[in-house]
Ligand binder design. Sequence first.
Ligand SMILES: Nc1ncnc2c1ncn2[C@@H]1O[C@H](COP(=O)(O)OP(=O)(O)OP(=O)(O)O)[C@@H](O)[C@H]1O
Length: 149
Amino acid sequence: MERTLIIVKPDAVQRGLVGEVLRRLEQRGLRFVGLKLMKVDREVAERHYAEHRGKPFYEDLLAFITSGPVVVGVVEGPRAIEITRKTMGKTDPAQAEPGTIRGDLALTIGQNVIHGSDSPEKASYEIGLFFREDELVSYERAIDRWIMG
Ligand SMILES: Nc1ncnc2c1ncn2[C@@H]1O[C@H](COP(=O)(O)OP(=O)(O)OP(=O)(O)O)[C@@H](O)[C@H]1O
């Protein structure tokens, strides 16, 4: 069982795509165990994007992710990180396959609809950055016996 963090980015919230993005993840069998709408402040954004500090797009990245509300979620399931990343598609929407979230919905590499953690270490770090332990809900669905069995 694995957990990963997703962020429905400000462009997707502004464009009314929250339901569409969450639906695509749910349809892959992933189970939401945490979900909330929030604004990301500069300090959290800097911690989240620490690996990109110094890159040419770093300031734009921070400005964008703090520009308006986002929806952050924690999804759980076997191979949740890999399945989420595949469902998202490549970072650059021009290279993302049709049928992926970014391939179908993203407009630019900066405004690319969704973030998903890319390793177990990052998932654990990012979940801790956005959620307290008591905000995450453990539960089982009947369907989990098939897809997780
Ligand atoms: N060359 C670039 N120009 C502008 N923005 C970029 C560029 N490369 C990456 N970004 C932005 O920085 C974010 C983080 O980059 P990263 O390489 O970690 O991509 P990712 O892991 O696919 O995306 P995310 O971390 O959002 O899931 C990207 O989602 C994108 O919005």
